[in-house]
Design a protein around this ligand. Structure first.
Ligand code: UT7
Length: 339
């Protein structure tokens, strides 16, 4: 039995009962970036599809954004913070190294009955959190889980590096999961997949600021605690891994591409999104894209997109929705949800 299998043992079906998202007010447009680095609106839109991204205020932290997204998710399903047993936060830009961002959010929400921890799987984090929550709930260990992906990437971007600074933005998304009471019903998570290839850790990383290379007075000018990416190679792996991960969950859910009403991919690059959809034989009108508004918000991207797609009616009761992500690690993940 494969490690990723959803049918290794009998478990309770798990459903998503609420979603929420939040993005900060400030917009940073391509025109603004033209004044900061040697770039152009034409290059950014043609190579990535991004028009603008949101930037959090200096005193607005990852936990603040995550809390707002979580509150909206709870409102959407009518639950109170005390109803939550488990909070999992996916982030690469925690408020502090310790305690975890999930603990700040637990406090801000007043979710005093919840165990709270963070996971680090970069842009794939939201679906790693989803799979983790599905296991806790599916095995009967927890009843209600709140998963949150929140990022303040503006604090880890090198604003002098045009090859990365045009790509990223800030924001947060959240979802509430519970055991399904009867047969697989609305919002059921039908299949999930997660994977990693640590041998490619150097394609996309924040090399400094951790125990491997702490920031010191001597190296501070090198900006090692900022995002560095080998874009071309990362692009190729993103297409291959996202296609394979999405295909595996579609198959394990007993579906084909024709049964999918909407695919919501990680929003890193419009060309990656289109290439993945094409390789899965999913037509453009079934692909959710909001990269033009927010850029790449890492773990938060697919969570924000999922909430926006739900609220705008892009999918409805009985629809099969595929979420698929890819990020640093390398990591990748996918899920099929029957709404
Ligand atoms: O979220 C996690 C996963 N992330 C991804 O999957 C991202 C994957 N990578 C990408 O999306 C793309 O590789 C990028 C958008 C990052 C870059 O696009 P590209 O088409 O791969 O461009 P490139 O890196 O091959 O650069 C092409 C040219 C270079 O100039 P020369 O050497 O051909 O003269 C760059 O210097 O574009 C230049 N360039 C820029 N020009 C204007 C790079 N960045 C910029 C810029 N503005 N911002």
């Amino acid at each position: 039995m494969a490690a990723n299998s959803d049918i290794a043992f009998k478990r309770l079906p798990v459903k998503i009962i609420g979603t929420g998202s939040y993005v900060p007010e400030r917009r940073l447009t391509n025109a603004d970036l033209e004044k900061m680095v040697d770039t152009s609106h034409e290059w950014i839109i043609e190579r990535t599809g991004i028009v603008e991204r949101r930037i959090a205020a200096p005193d607005e932290y990852t936990s603040h954004m995550g809390t707002k997204a979580a509150q909206r998710a709870l409102e959407s399903c009518g639950l109170k913070p005390e109803d939550i047993d488990l909070i999992i936060v996916a982030t690469i830009t925690p408020d502090t190294f310790t305690p975890s961002t999930s603990c700040y959010i637990q406090d801000a929400l007043g979710a005093k009955n919840a165990a709270a921890f963070d996971i680090s799987a970069a842009c794939s984090g939201f679906l790693f959190a989803m799979k983790t929550a599905v296991q806790y709930i599916g095995t009967g260990q927890m009843k209600t889980a709140l998963i949150i992906a929140a990022e303040k990437l503006s604090t880890v971007v090198n604003w002098e590096d045009r090859s990365t600074c045009v790509l990223f933005g800030d924001g947060a998304g959240a979802a509430v999961l519970q055991a399904s009471t009867g047969e697989e019903g609305e919002g059921s998570v039908l299949a999930t997949d997660i994977g990693s290839d640590g041998s490619l850790h150097d394609l996309l990383q924040i090399p400094g600021g951790g125990s491997r290379c702490p920031t010191t007075a001597e190296n501070a000018h090198e900006r090692l605690a900022t995002l560095a990416m080998r874009g071309n190679e990362t692009f190729r792996h993103a297409v291959t891994r996202m296609k394979a991960s999405a295909a595996s969950v579609i198959e394990r859910a007993g579906l084909t591409a024709d049964d999918i009403q909407l695919i919501i991919p990680h929003q890193a690059n419009l060309r990656i999104i289109n290439a993945v959809a094409q390789r899965l034989s999913i037509p453009e009108d079934k692909v959710f894209v909001n990269i033009e508004k927010y850029g790449n918000t890492s773990a938060a991207a697919v969570a924000i997109a999922f909430d926006e797609a739900r609220r705008s009616g892009r999918f409805g009761k009985g629809d099969n929705v595929v979420l698929v992500t890819f990020g640093a690690g390398l990591t990748w993940s996918a899920a099929v949800i029957r709404w």
